[in-house]
Design a protein around this ligand. Structure first.
Ligand SMILES: [Zn+2]
Length: 229
């Protein structure tokens, strides 16, 4: 919904000089840019949009500034159930702007599940959302998880039968997985990559850190201004 999208002004606090510091500056400058990017959104409009979409959540107190380590969620929400009835275990602790992408994310999940499993997903297991930590391979940059701007999706349970588990069924060395659950996971990854509102999708074929989950986030892609979704 337009109300929850980042305005071009909000996405570029400080113009070119801060763009430069985002791209080449130290990690404090980079964290500050990410914070500003999320904090500039209209929290009330975003939460109203979540309610309208049927997301079950509770609001966290808004934060005016990150904590001393540079972490925090500007407009946090704790999501227990998504718009298509998916229950999240553990609940998602995310910025509202990311929760606002759940209708599209769940449409991808349900579309792939219907195609390959013949039924819908009712429960999703996550490896975590908010976490104040650096990117593992990121030379000390803060992870999108440090701003509640990322979700790690690990397990998808349909209404009946066993769950599709990334570490178990993705079969990263196979061209095409030999089970419906594996093919569901591959198609889901594909569909997530096609979403405008998701910046990055990192899965088992990208690196070993992601062998057991799909990481999705809404990192601000300064090199694609106007297209950050
Ligand atoms: Zn992650």
């Amino acid at each position: 919904m337009a109300a929850c999208q980042v305005s071009p002004q909000g996405a570029r606090p400080g113009g070119l000089s801060s763009l430069f510091s985002y791209a080449f500056g130290d990690r404090a400058a980079r964290a500050e840019q990410q914070w500003q990017h999320l904090a500039s959104e209209d929290a009330a409009a975003c939460r109203a949009a979540l309610r309208a979409a049927g997301v079950r959540f509770r609001a966290m107190p808004d934060r005016a500034a990150p904590d001393p380590r540079g972490c925090g969620i500007p407009h946090g929400v704790v999501v227990t159930r998504g718009p298509t009835g998916i229950v999240y275990d553990a609940p998602l602790v995310v910025d509202c702007s990311l929760a606002r992408q759940l209708p599209a994310v769940e449409a991808a999940i349900q579309g792939a599940a219907t195609a390959h499993l013949g039924q819908r997903i009712t429960r999703v297991g996550t490896f975590g959302t908010f976490s104040c930590r650096p990117v593992r391979a990121g030379r000390g940059s803060l992870s999108e998880h440090a701003f509640g701007n990322a979700i790690d999706l690990a397990r998808f349970a349909p209404r009946r039968g066993p769950a599709a588990v990334v570490v178990q069924h993705y079969q990263r060395d196979a061209e095409v997985p030999d089970t419906p659950r594996g093919r569901f996971l591959r198609e889901l990854e594909q569909r997530l990559r096609g979403l405008d509102g998701v910046a990055h999708v990192i899965g088992p074929r990208q690196n070993d850190d992601h062998r057991d989950h799909f990481h999705i986030d809404r990192a601000w892609r300064w090199w694609r201004l106007g297209d950050e979704g």
